[in-house]
Design a protein around this ligand. Structure first.
Ligand SMILES: Cc1ncc(COP(=O)(O)O)c(C=O)c1O
Length: 394
């Protein structure tokens, strides 16, 4: 973690523990790839036929290919670039559901899923929410029991951004496949951090964001669409795709059907490099380190008087996201002290997931959240433990 000066206290070492919001720093190659595209290439991908346009298209294709490899898609053309997971989820929700359809989601979902679904509920889409345990775990049996004749799709997040709880993706995928309904996974918190195999896990749609555990930049993300699903999935945007330009109709083939408008090529160049970093390092090595970091924090912080941990305390059951409250004090006040007195950068509040906080019993005040990442060190964890110890007796 770089040492940076802070406007309030010069030369204070900043400790970044907000990787669930956006990962930082990025691998060196992420910065280099974006810089090199912007300086040395710069053409518009898939538009003109000249050499720098072709080179830009190759960068975009390479990133698609790396993402396809990481999620086991078997075909890079099944991946559509979007500006973030929120856009990918909106396509998966507004593009699929019509009045009279039934959808299932869990009580741990992010607002990127629940707000579009709640908006559609007002327009005649039926919605069932599978309640989760206070640890944020969902019982696949409950989801199975909710399936009706008009159920079209199950929306579930892979891991909670509030508690880190890892959801039973394989079991729910099997249930969906067995009943012939679609399964949409929100992998905003997990792509690059946990193993994902879209084919084996029976995932029909997978929304990812580029700027968290994929080590890309903000403004990047995408949607995996299983073969055949595009026939029933409407795009959110129509427009120029650089293909079939003689027609007024949107192309119906992948990925152009969903990629109207010039892509964020420098962002995609950075994302591709981030994904290549993960492929070279290995998801297993990243996971091992993240388990060690969050495991150590929970083990030590769990003994701090007045500190209440939320979610699973077994690091194997969660991503390195830890929610806590300190002596029931206002999370915003604690987060400010962590920043000003200790240089620890974290997030407090509801984390855009009020339903998750209702589930775990921390609504409406929310929690403090430390989210560790691959570029944190054990020293960062020790500093975080010391800080909460000191604040607990303040
Ligand atoms: C579980 C979950 N889903 C969706 C999102 C939305 O991601 P983005 O803001 O990149 O669209 C987030 C971001 O925090 C998230 O944690």
């Amino acid at each position: 973690m770089p040492v940076t000066s802070n406007s309030k206290q010069e030369n204070m070492k900043l400790i970044y523990l907000d990787n669930a919001a956006t990962s930082w720093p990025k691998p060196e190659d992420t910065y280099k790839a974006a810089d090199s595209y912007a300086r040395d290439i710069g053409g518009s991908p898939g538009r003109s036929g000249h050499r720098i346009s072709v080179e830009a298209a190759r960068i975009v294709f390479d990133a698609r290919d790396s993402l396809s490899m990481l999620m086991g898609a078997g075909n890079p053309m099944r991946i559509v670039f979007c500006k973030n997971a929120t856009e990918a989820l909106n396509i998966s929700i507004f593009g699929l559901l019509n009045p009279g359809d039934h959808a299932i989601a869990t009580g741990m979902e992010h607002n990127s899923v629940l707000r579009p679904l709640k908006a559609l509920e007002k327009r005649g889409v039926e919605l069932s929410i599978a309640q989760c345990s206070p640890e944020g775990e969902v019982d696949p049996f409950i989801i199975n029991k909710m399936i009706k004749k008009n159920t079209r799709v199950i929306y579930m997040l892979h891991a909670s951004n509030v508690t880190g709880t890892i959801m039973p993706v394989e079991e729910v995928g099997k249930i969906a496949a067995g009943k012939g309904i679609l399964f949409c996974l929100d992998a905003a918190q997990t792509m690059g951090a946990l193993d994902i195999d879209v084919l084996k896990m029976n995932i029909s749609l997978l929304a990812f964001t580029g700027h968290k555990s994929l080590f890309g930049f903000q403004g990047t993300g995408g949607l995996y669409i299983r073969e055949g699903v595009e026939a029933m999935l409407k795009p959110l945007l129509l427009g120029g795709t650089g293909s079939n330009s003689e027609k007024f109709e949107q192309p119906d083939f992948m990925p152009d059907k969903y990629e109207s408008g010039t892509l964020n090529t420098h962002g995609i160049a950075g994302l591709g490099a981030g994904v290549d970093f993960i492929l070279n390092t290995g998801v297993a090595a990243i996971r091992k380190k993240e388990i060690e970091l969050s495991g150590k924090f929970m083990e030590e912080a769990g003994t701090v008087k007045g500190l209440r941990l939320f979610g699973p305390v077994d690091p194997l059951k969660k991503t390195p996201v830890v929610s806590f409250l300190l002596n029931g004090r206002d999370p915003a006040d604690i987060a400010l002290k962590l920043d000003e007195q200790f240089g620890i950068l974290s997030r407090a509040g509801l984390h855009c997931a009020p339903s998750a906080h209702m589930t775990i019993g921390s609504f409406p005040g929310g929690t403090n959240r430390f989210s560790f990442g691959y570029f944190n060190s054990m020293d960062d964890v020790k500093a975080a433990i010391k800080a909460v110890e000191e604040l607990s007796i303040e």
